[in-house]
Design a protein around this ligand. Structure first.
Ligand SMILES: *[C@@H]1O[C@H](CO)[C@@H](O)[C@H](O)[C@H]1NC(C)=O
Ligand SMILES: *[C@@H]1O[C@H](CO)[C@@H](O)[C@H](O)[C@H]1NC(C)=O
Length: 137
């Protein structure tokens, strides 16, 4: 009789483990949803979770062909990552569409901006949400 109880125990533990894994999976997917937004040169995502019903929009523009900051990224843009770009100048117009919403701007490596020869004075003026500008390397 006791030898029959052992498999039972294992089955219960097994089911409990599955339930826990499944619950975790369900909660994880409800907590944060990432939707890709297509763009010609950049990879953009709209991430929604319980705390931001408006979504948080992030674009990664890692492209040799990138000559300037694209002005057609989805808005309101919150986070911008730039890499490998051949951007030669950054002007106030570069961020016009995003300056109200942008929170983080990052450059993957400084070498990525080796072609940058001109930064207009006051480029970050009126970016009230801006928290960080990061050079990752
Ligand atoms: C969502 O957007 C509305 C309108 O812009 C704003 O009033 C609200 O505070 C935003 N909610 C969050 C959680 O950011
Ligand atoms: C991002 O997702 C939120 C929530 O689903 C939606 O209200 C918002 O319109 C989306 N924004 C874009 C640019 O797709």
């Amino acid at each position: 009789m006791t030898s029959l109880k052992m498999p039972h125990k294992y089955i219960v533990v097994g089911i409990l483990t599955l339930v826990l894994i499944f619950t975790d999976y369900l909660c994880g997917s409800v907590g944060s949803v990432e939707i890709a937004i297509s763009h010609k040169l950049c990879k953009c995502f709209n991430t929604t979770n319980d705390n931001n019903e408006n979504g948080s929009i992030k674009c990664m523009c890692v492209q040799n062909e990138l000559k300037e900051i694209p002005n057609d990224l989805p808005t309101p843009l919150h986070e911008l990552i730039i890499g490998k770009a051949s951007i030669a100048s950054l002007t106030k117009d570069s961020f016009t569409n995003y300056k109200k919403s942008i929170r983080d701007i990052s450059v993957k490596t400084l070498r990525d901006l080796r072609n940058l020869v001109y930064i207009e004075n006051g480029i970050f003026d009126n970016m009230e949400q801006l928290r960080t500008i990061i050079g990752m390397n």
